[in-house]
Design a protein around this ligand. Structure first.
Ligand SMILES: Nc1ncnc2c1ncn2[C@@H]1O[C@H](COP(=O)(O)OP(=O)(O)OP(=O)(O)O)[C@@H](O)[C@H]1O
Length: 253
């Protein structure tokens, strides 16, 4: 007997997404299903953060959030920055006390998390004294500490080497079966994720299983790739991907 059709966690139906009165992604149609690992690709300014912001709004407390600029407080220690992921769960008094004298339970949990992220021994260090890659891992630790069902990340593995990127994605996925992660590593998008969403010029031009895509499909998202691939005569006319050729319409298996 055929099972029930899967219900999306979030669906946009021809919706305009943007900021105030500026529409960035006009008439977007898109659905996020449970247990999918989505790679969100597109050139700078394509609307990846805008889409993640809209998903965040829809998903509310169900989604852990790892922002692009990390949102860390440089003067505060690693421990306090990670603890902030669950600030709202404690009373103001407990939070104040914790600032002066860390609470035993949260300290243990944050220490374990930081150890798994290669941040052992840095819990008392102000975030402002960390390297870019270390800060990125603190931001991931804070999102993991939120203990939510889904994970939304805006380039959470941008500042680390490919080996570490895989390790970090593994840690994220061990705690969340549904993830939407913006990234620029196209190979990683194909090798590691279930599905790719590709944005270009305000349109969702790719929405397809990763295994049905090639690097050439993803290259089509980036205007620079067109220019590099073009012959000298074609250089002045950057090409838009042919909508018919792009895999946006390829369905879910
Ligand atoms: N808070 C905001 N208010 C108004 N416009 C914004 C805001 N944030 C982004 N934009 C605009 O929305 C468009 C899409 O930006 P967005 O940050 O979503 O792109 P992106 O794909 O995440 O880019 P990047 O890879 O550089 O982070 C851009 O034109 C940007 O200027």
């Amino acid at each position: 007997m055929a099972g029930e059709p899967r219900r999306p966690l979030v669906a946009f139906e021809a919706e305009d997404l943007g900021h105030d009165d500026q529409v960035v992604l006009p008439r977007l149609t898109l659905a996020l299903y449970p247990d999918e690992r989505i790679a969100l690709l597109g050139p700078s300014g394509a609307g990846k953060s805008t889409l993640l912001g809209a998903l965040r709004l829809r998903l509310g407390d169900a989604a852990a959030w790892c922002p692009q600029q990390h949102g860390l407080v440089p003067q505060l220690a690693v421990y306090h920055n990670v603890y902030m992921g669950r600030l709202a769960e404690h009373s103001a008094l407990a939070n104040l006390w914790n600032l002066v004298r860390p609470l035993a339970g949260p300290w243990r949990q944050v220490a374990e998390l930081c150890e798994s992220l290669g941040l052992a021994g840095l819990l008392r260090r102000p975030v402002g004294q960390l390297s870019g890659g270390q800060r990125q891992r603190v931001a991931i630790a804070r999102a993991l500490y939120q203990q939510r069902e889904l994970f939304l990340g805006d380039e959470p593995v941008a500042s680390v080497d490919p080996h570490q990127a895989l390790r970090l994605l593994g840690l994220i996925e061990a705690r969340h079966t549904t993830t939407v992660i913006a990234l620029h590593q196209r190979e990683l998008a194909l090798s590691h994720f279930d599905r790719v969403w590709g944005l270009r010029d305000g349109q969702l031009v790719i929405d397809a299983p990763a295994q049905q895509l090639t690097l050439a499909d993803l290259d089509g998202l980036y205007p620079d790739a067109d220019t590099l691939a073009a012959s000298p005569q074609e250089e002045t006319a950057p090409q838009m991907p042919d909508p018919e050729a792009l895999p946006c319409a390829r369905g879910r298996p």
